[in-house]
Design a protein around this ligand. Sequence first.
Ligand code: LMR
Length: 328
Amino acid sequence: FLKAACVAAIATVPSFASAACEDGEIVVKFSHVTNTDKHPKGIAASLLEQRVNDEMNGKMCMEVFPNSTLYNDNKVLEAMLQGDVQLAAPSLSKFEKFTKQFRIFDLPFMFNDINAVDAFQASDAGQGMLDSMQRRGLQGLAYWHNGMKQMSANVPLIAPTDANGLKFRVQSSDVLVAQMEAIGGSPQKMAFSEVYGALQQGVVDGQENTWSNIYGKKFFEVQDGITQTDHGIIDYLLVTSVDWLDGLPADVRDQFTTIVAEVTATRNSESTSVNLAAKQSIIDAGGVVRELTPEQRQAWVDTMKPVWAKFAGDVGQDNIDAAQKINS
Ligand code: LMR
């Protein structure tokens, strides 16, 4: 079965490498799971691809495989360590097998907005985390922003008690499991590519995600509505393998990492507006968006925030304090 699945996966990807890349170019396959337009990651990946192919022509050639067409996030890091793919940008929630440091980004209500996330990532602690998986063979190149998470379900969610007994899809993160348990939900880890079908078929009742993911994968079509909780964040690590990066000629590596830094700055500055446009697109398409009063939102804070205590040891109280200082 595995073999057949592999062949099927490869068959859906045209032999673009040989068609688009020239002999002698270093081929960079970049696998990710979201859609390409109206999405912070999708548009950042496209700009990176365009700039590498324009400016490094003859030296390097990048092909982006979006929408989980090459690997889903549960497989891509293993594939990277085997040299089958060179670049990926999984959410920070998906690195649990490699490091617990990123758990700080999953703790509910840790960051007020994406600017606070950006400032934490730019600090020495945040920059140090880019190197935290080197022993495991992975090198973080940059943080790429998505945005704040919202809650959705097949029933209206106003109070956290409305989530009691509901099944929620979560990314592969124990923090997110604990968060959903805190609101009385029953969490199920699931790959992003399976969420729409699972919501549609009632395998799960709800999920949490950013406006751009809810719009891009049309989750709003199979949910009663989306409640604007802004309770957490989805952000990405642009990641490669230590071996691949170390194996690049120094001048090629420098040019590549310079382009990565420039693309990161450009696209990260647009992530909030991309998400707000996606929110509007959901409303325009007939999706229901519910906003909470400050008191209503405070009830979500009070219910979810106690999960911090469980993970303080993993993420470090000093990091929690630093993140809170940035918020204030
Ligand atoms: C998810 O699995 O919900 C997200 O991490 C998908 C993504 O890459 O934004």
